[in-house]
Ligand binder design. Structure first.
Ligand code: WTA
Length: 567
């Protein structure tokens, strides 16, 4: 039996108070996500239940019960408090998917501070702009990432504490660096959790736009109300489930559904901290007896590529429910998963800004492979005309996906950029920046983004950030960055550049530039292809026309080029 019975029935008379009641929350009460994810679960009699099963490189395994994660949250919280970190200070988590990442998430929230998780593969420039923007006070990291922090610390006067979770006595420390080893720390049994309220800030995730620097999406503790219920109903988590969310907590899926959702429901979850391979993933599912698996289309396509034969080498009959997020889930992937796992991946659609799943397929609902499904109960979704921003109901016509504000997990603003936040609303609707059509049965069919942001393997990359970084390379004079189609990642980054006098185009220079971006920004942002140009297409006012380069890559009509200068 699934958690939801007939979902259609539940949609009627839906109210978020269903979630509030289950969580024993009343308007005006204290609400602290970390308390809900650990202390409350212990109080409910599940202190000895496993909360986290961790497997790292080289087969290292660790297990933590709900009591362990409660104590770890207290201990980390107390350590931060002793350093002088207080409520609403920003504390960045910059770690691989090691247990300390998950446990620090709780520790930071327990003292009412704001968690700023950042993807550990970020290079120093990506790290710098996000720490600078948030005026972050402390960063929790590992030795292996320390060199990146050391390179930028002098430009970050607000960053007072660099906490290293795996410090070795033999190594020397530099300015602002402090060691903290959870295994050596005395666990703190009783801890005064900061009494955060519904509107208290909780998580600050950075997301990329077409223009300007990345924006910090500010979430609040009340987001739990959406995250809890969507996890329960869509991911259908039940007491005996073993859950695996493959997303990194540097991105929103890894926190909303890789920490908050499962733990607030008292569910055991698994983390695999090693590189991708189909065999390693299947082995992990078999060994841990994963029942519910939340992943992404790029991973599914990579598994498809590895072939069907390998699937047969493992016993994957434990899998009960599969879901996907982050990019369009193509119909072939759904059909394939049914063939090899005997289960379909259910598509879910949402964004960093929405904080929780908005449009989705539910267990028990008729699945139309290739469609994102329908709006979650309590979510009013519509398609707007791109010119008038008026909702329309015509079937098959493409419009802007928009939501009526007011669901509990909605962002409260962009950090220090309320102007950009306001721009996301038109006629009382929140604009997602994505386009879709809707069919007679109310199913949404994603058609693309409404901006130039590149979605590579489910990760958003800003062309602006890559273009700016390219210009910092000594050989590059001008740059334009667009998405290029890719069989597995759907899109990859492609750069068009012109060179400064004295530089010759060639493969060696291309590799050097690629590496430059990988180190500065991240492997995701690194162009997979660089094309040398004599000049870039520009408007008469000198603006580079990405649209033309994009159309060329996708074999599309170029459209109106009347403002083009150098045809
Ligand atoms: C895209 C990730 C098609 C979309 C949770 C959205 C999707 C952006 C889907 C958000 C889906 C997410 N089908 N596209 N099911 N889910 N997207 O902020 O463009 O990292 O706006 O949040 O990913 O990415 P973000």
């Amino acid at each position: 039996m699934s958690n939801i019975g007939s979902l259609e029935k539940r949609i009627k008379n839906f109210d978020w108070s269903i979630s509030e009641k289950e969580l024993d929350y009343k308007d005006g009460n204290t609400i602290n996500i970390a308390w809900y994810c650990s202390d409350r679960i212990c109080q409910m009699g599940k202190a000895d239940k496993l909360a986290l099963i961790y497997e790292g490189f080289g087969g290292v395994e660790k297990e933590y019960t709900f009591n362990d994660i409660r104590l770890a949250g207290n201990t980390i919280g107390a350590f931060l408090r002793n350093l002088g970190i207080v409520q609403e200070d920003r504390v960045c988590l910059f770690m691989d998917r090691i247990p300390e990442l998950y446990l620090s998430f709780l520790g930071v929230l327990k003292i009412g501070a704001i968690v700023q998780p950042l993807f550990s593969a970020f290079g120093e420039e990506s790290l710098y702009v996000r720490l600078e923007n948030a005026q972050t006070r402390a960063i929790i990291t590992q030795r292996k990432h320390l060199s990146k922090v050391r390179k930028i610390i002098d430009k970050l006067p607000s960053l007072e504490h660099i906490i290293i979770v795996d410090h070795k006595e033999s190594k020397s420390l530099e300015k602002n660096e402090v060691p903290f080893n959870l295994e050596d720390a005395t666990p703190i049994e009783d801890f005064e959790i900061f009494p955060t309220k519904a509107n208290s800030p909780s998580v600050l995730h950075y997301t990329s736009g077409t223009t300007g620097q990345p924006k910090g999406v500010r979430h609040v503790h009340y987001s739990l109300i959406s995250q809890y219920l969507t996890t329960k109903w869509i991911l259908d988590l039940q007491d005996n489930d073993i859950y695996w969310c493959t997303a990194d907590p540097g991105w929103v899926t890894g926190t909303s559904y890789g920490i908050i959702g499962p733990w607030s429901l008292g569910i055991t979850q698994c983390v695999l901290n090693s590189g991708f391979s189909a065999a390693a993933w299947y082995k992990f599912i078999e060994k841990q007896k994963i029942t519910v698996w939340y992943s992404a289309p790029t991973a599914i396509r990579s598994l498809m590529k590895a072939g069907d034969e390998i699937v047969g080498k493992f016993d994957l009959s434990c899998l009960r429910h599969l879901a996907s997020v982050g990019e369009p889930l193509n119909a072939e992937a759904v059909v394939w998963s049914e063939k090899v796992f005997n289960k379909q991946f259910l598509d879910t659609y949402w964004q960093t800004e929405t904080g929780s799943i908005m449009i989705t397929n539910f267990p028990g609902m008729k699945i139309k492979p290739g469609s994102m499904g329908k709006a979650f109960p309590g979510i009013e979704a519509a398609l707007l005309d791109p010119k008038t921003f008026e909702p329309f109901t015509e079937h098959g016509k493409i419009g802007l996906i928009a939501f009526k504000p007011g669901w509990p997990a909605m962002m409260t603003t962009y950090w220090n950029n309320n102007e950009k936040f306001e721009e996301k609303f038109k006629n009382g609707w929140y604009l997602s920046g994505d386009r879709s059509s809707i069919d007679n049965d109310g199913y949404f069919w994603f058609t693309g983004r409404d901006d130039d942001v590149i979605n590579t393997g489910g990760h958003l990359v800003s062309p602006f950030e890559v273009e700016s970084a390219l210009l910092e390379h000594e050989a590059v004079s001008e740059s334009a960055v667009v998405a290029k189609p890719d069989e597995v990642n759907m899109e990859v980054v492609k750069a068009f550049i012109t060179l400064k006098p004295g530089y010759e185009p060639g493969d060696e220079l291309e590799l050097k530039i690629m590496n430059f971006i990988r180190k500065k920004l991240s492997p995701l942002a690194m162009p997979q292809d660089i094309e040398y140009m004599d000049s870039l297409p520009k408007t008469r006012s000198g603006k580079i026309m990405r649209r033309i380069l994009h159309a060329k890559e996708w074999g599309e009509e170029i459209g109106d080029v009347s403002t083009l200068d150098n045809e």
